[in-house]
Design a protein around this ligand. Structure first.
Ligand SMILES: Cc1ncc(COP(=O)(O)O)c(C=O)c1O
Length: 417
């Protein structure tokens, strides 16, 4: 193959993109986002979602009216309950979870720490935590830290990158010593979707708990945490929930575990009566106990806007658009990029794919800087992966084509340079 694309091929891809955009029932929602003209193609909404226009107004209003106007009184007028109130809204809109089980607080890393520790401490007779080598660094690092702190043994799964962690991988390592299995639902590099319901069942058959990292699924894939009997889950809000840089994370603890789980960072805001200023820590009842310090109220504001938008669109439609976007990206990659020696590192089966695809090529590290200069913004994941993240509500099919055409141009320019 020469890697040459004919004008007819590009024209056909452009016509497909236009037809897909015209038929997209969610297309109108793209206007709800801020889209600076110099950004030709934003392919990184799986890392940091775009801001909503409504958020710009909400933040200004908050400074003026709520913070500026109500001052300290704001704590009695809603801020105090925000971690659980927003948690319930997030749970209803995106997690398939009943109220009272989700809290918004901290960062994903801190919440993983709290839940790994809590799960390990809940079953002191069991000493093994299962993790996988393909998981995001923070998950692995936290598990290593807790293992060192509590004298636990880590059992590592080394998944085939093409399949991600499978049910059989998990079945092979869990047993009477397992206290917790920590996995990502959507693999951060390949976008492979793990079989959450089946793996959760296998973990339960071994008498252990499962903690799912939902960073790359929340707001992009349909979730049914209650129905699937998930024990514990965490996720961030700055990707598909468009919470902005450093927005707080969320944690879900199934109600049946509330009596037996105790998180290690005992702060006054998770105490039964924070303003009693008591001598001893008495945990709040229910999910509130997960809170440690003062809730990040400002960081929660943008998430409210995105949840409202997702609520209006509906998660089934969001997932459908996500599948259509990644399918079209594959179609374009097949035509424009695979002939140039680019390899697909994500599943072809849409049911097994999250909302991003990863393409591998040895020149991608250098190409990324060039793409960013052209206003085409994917991200690079070592050793040679270009991650094409397609946030369903803010991305058009034409944008996908513009971005991947630029990837082709940069690769071709590198060859002739
Ligand atoms: C799977 C996964 N877990 C955790 C994190 C990050 O954790 P934190 O929000 O604490 O930075 C990321 C960030 O991209 C991620 O992809």
């Amino acid at each position: 193959m020469t890697g040459q694309t004919t004008f007819d091929e590009l024209d056909e891809l452009a016509r497909r993109a236009a037809a897909l955009d015209a038929a997209d029932p969610l297309a109108a929602h793209r206007d709800a986002f801020l889209t600076p003209p110099e950004v030709v193609s934003y392919l990184d909404g799986n890392s940091l979602g775009r801001p909503l226009r409504a958020t710009r107004e909400r933040l200004a209003r908050f400074v003026e009216e709520e913070w500026g106007g109500r001052l300290i009184r704001g704590w009695d007028e809603g801020w105090m309950d925000a971690p659980t109130e927003l948690g319930d809204l997030l749970a209803r809109t995106t997690l398939g979870a009943a109220p009272g089980q989700t809290v918004v607080a901290d960062s994903t890393t801190v919440l993983i720490y709290k839940l790994v520790r809590a799960a390990a401490d809940a079953r002191p007779d069991r000493r093994e935590v299962v993790v996988d080598t393909g998981n995001f660094p923070t998950d692995r690092f936290v598990a290593e830290g807790v293992a060192a702190e509590r004298g636990l043994v880590l059992r590592w799964i080394e998944p085939d990158p093409a399949t991600g962690v499978t049910v059989d991988d998990v079945r092979a390592v869990v047993g009477p010593e397992t206290t917790l299995v920590l996995l990502s639902h959507v693999a951060y590099r390949s976008g492979v979707v793990a079989d959450l319901p089946a793996i959760t069942d296998v973990v339960h058959e071994a008498g252990a708990l499962v903690l799912w990292d939902l960073c790359h699924s929340v707001g992009a894939l349909e979730l049914a945490l209650d129905e699937d009997l998930v024990d514990l889950a965490v996720g961030c809000t700055y990707k598909y929930l468009n919470g902005g840089p450093g927005a707080p994370a969320f944690a879900y603890v199934a109600e049946r575990l509330h009596g037996s789980i105790r998180q290690p960072i005992q702060g006054w805001m998770g105490a039964a009566d924070p303003f009693a200023m008591g001598e001893r820590y008495e945990p709040a009842r229910g999910i509130r106990q997960l809170v440690s310090g003062t809730p990040p109220i400002v960081g929660m504001l943008p998430v409210r806007d995105m949840l409202a938008l997702i609520g209006a669109a509906g998660m089934p439609a969001v997932r459908e658009k996500s599948v259509a976007l990644t399918s079209y990206a594959l179609e374009v990659a097949d035509r424009l990029l695979l002939p140039l020696g680019v390899r697909l590192a994500s599943p072809r089966d849409p049911a097994r794919r999250g909302s991003h695809i990863t393409l591998d090529h040895p020149d991608f590290r250098a190409a990324t800087a060039d793409l960013w200069r052209r206003g085409v913004i994917p991200d690079f994941r070592p050793p040679d992966g270009l991650r094409i993240g397609l946030s369903p509500l803010s991305t058009s099919f034409a944008e996908v084509l513009a971005g991947l055409t630029a990837v082709r141009d940069v690769l071709c320019a590198g060859r002739t340079a």
